[in-house]
Structure formats: C-alpha cells, structure tokens
Write a protein that binds this ligand. Structure first.
Ligand code: GDP
Ligand code: MN
Length: 380
C-alpha cells in the first residue's frame, strides 16, 4: 500500500527524520491560510500516490498568498495520470544546497534490504541510474546483523560527506532503515533529501507498506479501508470481507477455480471459446465444503452472472467436499442459473456422483466445461 507524501512524512517525523513544516489542505482558502501561517514562500504539492509530480506540474512554488490561492484552485480537482488531486501539502520552501537520493528497498534476488543512495538526487534520478550507475551507492543489509553505524558511515563517506555532515547523514540513514523494518516497507525513499546549512531535511517522502503485513499496522487501518474504496469495486470489498480472493471482470460467466494458475487458465479457456468471465475467484488450497458453498453463492448472487463454471483439481481439496459445497449453494439459492463443473483428483468419482444426483452437469476436461458454459450462457 502506497502512502501519500504527507502520510509518509508523519511516519518520518515519528521516527525522528526531519521534514519541512507543512499542512495538508483540501481547499484553496485553507491553502492560503496555512501558507500565511507557515510564512512565504511555500511549496504547493499535489498529494498523489505517484512519482514524477514535479515533472507533471504537481509541485509549484508560490511567493505570495494570492498565488497560493490561485495555484491551489488550479490543482485541486485536476487529473494527473487518471488520479484526481483532492489534497495538497503546503510546505515551507527550504533552501536546498544539494539534492540527495536515499532509499531503502527490497532486493528480491538476494531477499535482503538494500540501501540506495546518490549525491545526484532529484527529479532526474532515473536518468542518473541509467546513464551513470556508478553514481548510485549500494549497500546490501545482512538481515542477521542489521544496519550498523559503521555501515551507514561508509555510505555517507561514499557520497562524499565528512565531519558533522557525515554523522548527520549516517544517523538519518539508520533511522530510515529502522523505519523500513518497523513499517514492513517494500520501499521507503527520500528524493530529494535536501542538504541544508545545518543538516538534512526530507523534502519528499515515499513509503510503500507490504500488503501482506498490513494486519500488523493497526495505525493504518483507516487508510487501508480508504484504499479499498479507491482500488476495489463494491463486490471486491464484499468478497474481501468474506475472505475470498476475487477480482471482478465485465462478462457474464462466473469462474471459480482452485489455485491462481488454474483459475487464470480457466479464464483463458472461456475466452478462447468466445465467452466472457464475470470474475476471477480463487478458492485457494484445501478449501472446505463451507468455503466452496460461500464462493459459489457469492458468484451466483451476482446479477450479471448467467452461468457458473467451477474448475477444481483436487489435491488436498477433496472432490466430495467440493461437490457438497456446490450442491448446498445451489439448493439454498434455488437458482435456475446453470452450473458447469469440471472436477478431478482426490475423491473425484464420489464428487461427480454427488453432483449428478443433484442434477449439476460435470465434464471431464477444462475445454469441454468452458465450451459448455459458453454455450449455456448464449450469445447476444
Ligand atoms: P516528485 O517530483 O513527485 O518526486 O516531487 P518532489 O517532492 O520530489 O519535488 C520535485 C522537486 O521540487 C524536487 O526535486 C526539488 O527540486 C523541488 N522541491 C520540492 N520541495 C522543495 C523545497 O522545499 N525547496 C526547494 N528549493 N525545492 C523543492
Ligand atoms: Mn521526489
């Protein structure tokens, strides 16, 4: 989950990383008031979960409160990369001696955190990485050892810092690394880290938290629910509450499979037979009859769904459990919507018998089942 700049900066502050004085606002009037309070000049910054706002016109300097008002008016409601700006961060404009890049991210190859730093920070950092990769300092963190001050000192020295600046940078890096660990960050980045007269200030802040660790971050709960609202459809939110792995699509065949790979293959096969799936629903491994009932019910209850296609390869998941779950959902809803099942693996004979007795169609291969589901759905 990506935090907005101002949210990331709140976390930074908590971890003792200096940030410019600033306020988040949602109206031009408020923007002007806060600018007066901070003192001019200020920077008006669009709060969007994307990088490159500077280049896209989302970062504007303002010298007067009238200008702040005008700029805020223009930015609020404007679209950048399909996202609407609804919040602005009004910040004191700091005098930057040098723009540094500093990031902590996960190196998937070594499965370790890696520190990336460059004395050539700023909006062109991608170019620096491409054209002059030697200007990027890299330090891989041994997870058992952690990041020690002799490591962070070394990074600071490699960036060219010495004396007080070296210790200031080094201590900031230790704080950022601790923040990454505490927050289960996939990425945390300061670009630019502003070198100022008496130290460093995080002029920008990025923090992406690993979605699989969100349960450990109750402090982000409000944000998590909000992010669902933006990214997930109403049905997807409902599914998530029921613990189902579900993605809404725009067709009329409800697809249920076990395992993401098999479910994806089922979607492809439906498409190959000129059908359109209404959803992707992965039962996961070892699904119980209850879970299967819940999933089938959920898909059947979708008004857009005309037919349901279930494709299960039983391993730990037992065929008879699958069949019982489907029959229970079918009986409960008394639906006329056809259900087509392809069921193989553990206890397949027993499962197929249960389905046949309940009048539910079973076929032997994914191709046949997908084809049948498309035929039963009928074309327009
Ligand atoms: P991004 O483009 O989305 O990464 O947004 P940033 O917050 O990094 O801002 C883009 C650029 O604006 C930075 O690289 C700086 O050059 C400049 N900038 C941002 N805040 C300040 C500030 O307080 N003072 C000065 N002088 N420049 C700033
Ligand atoms: Mn930036």
């Amino acid at each position: 989950m990506k935090l907005l700049e101002y949210e990331a900066k709140m976390v930074f502050k908590k971890h003792g990383i200096p940030t410019p004085k600033g306020y988040v606002v949602t109206s031009a009037k408020e923007a002007k008031e806060k600018a007066d309070q901070i003192g001019l000049p200020v920077v008006v910054k669009a709060q969007l979960p994307v990088g490159g706002r500077g280049k896209a016109g989302g970062i504007v300097f303002a010298d007067s409160s009238l200008q702040v008002f005008e700029v805020a008016n223009e930015l609020l409601g404007k679209k950048v990369q399909d996202l609407v700006i609804s919040k602005l961060l009004i910040e004191e404009k700091i005098v930057i001696l040098k723009e540094i890049y500093l990031g902590v991210t996960v190196d998937r190859k070594s499965k370790q955190y890696v520190i990336l730093a460059s004395s050539e920070g700023g909006v062109e950092i991608e170019e620096v990485a491409k054209e002059t990769p030697e200007k990027i300092v890299r330090h891989q963190v041994d997870p058992l050892l952690g990041l020690k001050s002799y490591h962070s000192n070394l990074v600071a020295k490699r960036l060219g810092f010495s004396g007080t600046k070296m210790s200031q940078f080094s201590s900031l890096l230790l704080k950022l690394y601790k923040l990454a660990i505490d927050m289960d960050a996939e990425l945390t980045e300061i670009n630019p880290l502003a070198e100022v007269e008496d130290g460093f200030i995080a002029a920008d802040a990025r923090l992406n938290v690993d979605n699989n660790a969100l349960f450990r971050h109750k402090e982000l709960e409000k944000k998590i629910i909000e992010s669902y609202q933006g990214e997930l459809t109403q049905r997807e939110i409902e599914a998530r509450k029921k613990g189902l792995t579900y993605v809404e699509l725009d067709g009329d065949i409800g697809v249920i499979g076990n395992g993401a790979g098999l479910t994806m293959a089922t979607l492809d096969t439906v498409m190959l037979h000129k059908g359109k799936a209404a959803n992707f629903l992965d039962l996961g491994g070892g699904a119980s009859a209850d879970r299967i009932k819940k999933a089938v019910e959920f898909v059947l209850n979708d008004d857009r769904t005309k037919t349901v296609l279930v494709n299960v390869l039983g391993g730990i998941t037992r065929g008879d459990d699958v069949a019982k779950g489907i029959v229970r959902a079918h009986d409960k809803l008394k639906t006329k919507k056809p259900i087509v099942v392809r069921l193989m693996g553990t206890n397949e004979k027993e499962g197929q018998r249960i389905l046949r007795e309940a009048g539910i169609m079973t076929l032997d291969t994914m191709e046949e089942a997908a084809n049948q589901a498309v035929l039963l759905t009928g074309g327009e």
